[in-house]
Ligand binder design. Structure first.
Ligand SMILES: Cc1ncc(COP(=O)(O)O)c(C=O)c1O
Length: 345
């Protein structure tokens, strides 16, 4: 089912107890050797974290940083790929710190055109099953994701999908994989035996969460419109949220529609209101939102998640969230009595 969600026929999923961060370690430990050059497209906090992780394993990382709210500049990516032979490039599909959508398809296309041997590593923790990703057709090599976001399952599973090319790169390393738990070679027989319905042990699986993931994947794939139906449902919810943001007279951190995720929205707060003012008022209305997370700007914005089945089915949750934000903003002194504004709670 995971292969169906990410549109691959041949790639190998790894379903391992851990959080999304374990996926960074898996990609870095298995693919990167000391002095390997890696280009990290950093659209925020999580791009930086991935770069730090790659450096832990000896990667020589170049960080192409976008200004807050912007995404990677493809002309700079092109220049880098033309000048330096990178072992891998990373894109964060949705940087959860900014709600910015990386252009995975365009980056992968550039890589295939200019530097076909470079591995394309995608951080899809906040994107998989909400944002379009066609693993085989786009030429992705590693997708790192996790159970707890748009896959709609409790936290606790690191979900990674690796292409056969990525596995071959791991197998032909000059040096041993500098990790034990994160070693793909140790997990491969286990993943294969899962598929053969056979019993094999390397380390204890998170059995209950794997059952939950099984249920989530069935729910996702039950959409009448297939994965396209799932993506369109996310777009619909996202448009409602972003429409409300506009109606409240506020702006998203993402600077344009193209650069904005559909899985979540980061919103600049009005002058004089800080995240610490707003969040408790939202909580009092039964809604938990996140503050900012970008260094130096964290107090100036807040983040709303609207991904997965709970946010895309017709259950009224998004209405509750929007009404709570409107009420909390009003209580903070920001008038939301604009035209087209949704009701407040
Ligand atoms: C884009 C992105 N990458 C990586 C991570 C790390 O995942 P986890 O917190 O599950 O370890 C997160 C967590 O929010 C994320 O949003």
């Amino acid at each position: 089912m995971l292969r169906q969600v990410v549109a691959t026929e041949t790639a190998q999923p790894f379903i391992i107890a851990g959080s999304g961060t374990l996926g960074w370690d898996q990609a870095a430990a298995n693919l990167i050797e000391a002095q390997d050059k890696v280009l990290v497209l950093s659209n925020g906090y999580f791009g930086e974290g991935l770069a730090d992780c790659l450096e832990c394993y000896g990667g020589q990382v170049t960080r192409l940083r976008a200004e807050p709210g912007n995404r990677e500049d493809l002309s700079l990516v092109r220049k880098e790929l033309q000048t330096i032979k990178y072992k891998a490039i990373t894109v964060t599909q949705v940087d959860t710190s900014t709600g910015v959508l990386g252009d995975v398809q365009a980056v992968a296309k550039l890589v295939r055109e200019l530097s076909p041997d470079t591995l394309v590593i995608v951080d899809g923790v906040c994107a998989t099953a909400a944002e379009r990703l066609y693993f085989d057709a786009w030429g992705v090599d590693v997708l790192v994701t996790a159970s707890q976001k748009a896959l709609g399952c409790p936290a606790g599973i690191s979900v990674v999908v690796a292409s056969q090319r990525a596995l071959a790169t791991m197998s032909s390393r000059a040096t041993p994989v500098p990790a034990y738990y994160a070693s793909w070679a140790r997990w491969l027989p286990i993943m294969r035996s899962y598929e053969d319905r056979a019993v094999k042990y390397f380390a204890t699986p998170c059995v209950q969460t794997i059952f939950a993931l099984n249920t989530s994947l069935k729910e996702i794939l039950a959409n009448d419109g297939g994965m396209e139906g799932v993506f369109v449902a996310h777009e619909r919810t996202s448009e409602r949220v972003k429409g409300a943001v506009e109606a409240w007279g506020l702006q998203t951190v993402a600077v344009s529609k193209e650069a904005a995720a559909t899985a979540m929205t980061a919103v600049w707060l009005p002058e004089g209101i800080q995240a610490a003012d707003l969040l408790p008022k939202l909580k009092a209305r039964g809604v938990v939102a996140a503050g900012g997370i970008l260094a130096g700007l964290a107090h100036r914005y807040f983040r709303l998640g609207h991904m997965g089945i709970t946010a895309t089915q017709d259950n009224g949750y998004v209405d509750v969230m929007l009404a709570a934000v409107a009420g909390a903003l009003e209580e903070c002194g920001h008038s939301v009595e604009q035209k087209n504004a949704p009701p407040r709670l």
